[in-house]
Design a protein around this ligand. Sequence first.
Ligand SMILES: [Zn+2]
Length: 248
Amino acid sequence: MLAFVLTTASYFFLEFPWYYLILPPFLYSLVLAVGSAFIGLGFFVKSVCKAETNQKTLSLSFDDGPDATKTPLILETLKVNQIKASFFVIGKKIKGNEALLKQIREEGHIIANHSFSHSYFYDFYPTKKVIEDLRLNNNTIKEIIGLTPTLFRPPYGVTNPNIARAVKQLELISIGWNVRSLDTVITDTNKLLKRVTDRIKPGSILLFHDTGSNTLETLKEIILFAQKNGYRIVSLTELLKINAYEES
Ligand SMILES: [Zn+2]
């Protein structure tokens, strides 16, 4: 912004091409867009996107729940296969799904913070508003499961300096992924499966959504893939050797 003001001011004193006026804000927007879009680059928020390991382990994460119809089916499949996963929940979806949230926890999965509002405009929230939103979600979760999450995944995987400051102040650990399933976009289960299995490496963190239309089918196939290829599916806390909740 300052650069923009200075450039605009100097325009009246110096003669240089008009496009210099839009260059600084343009570059700034570009840096912000690139930095925000690639969570793995850790441009603004240092996110953990995989484990550094040679062991064939991987971890499953599900965003955007709890979902009254789809989450129970995912839970059922995980239970049958004795797999522990992580659920990055949206606070505003918890109301009416309190029992489901409890069930996720009781079945041994991790509950993590995926913001309260999951607003399209999250990227434009000032730091204070991000902090309030993340706190509200953590408090909502705590009221139900009695634990305060330390793991956070930014809505849409987008990060910026305000989110970075909030994460730091609340001492959260930002969790990304290195295998994005695109399960809310790709409707063909085989294509989805190929996309995911092509990208799996030791220490991978897989991103799915409770809300995906073929997530459940893909999950079942991923479990078979893991069994066939000698991969152990472990929880994020085991994969990354971190705590999922604040110590009380
Ligand atoms: Zn999300």
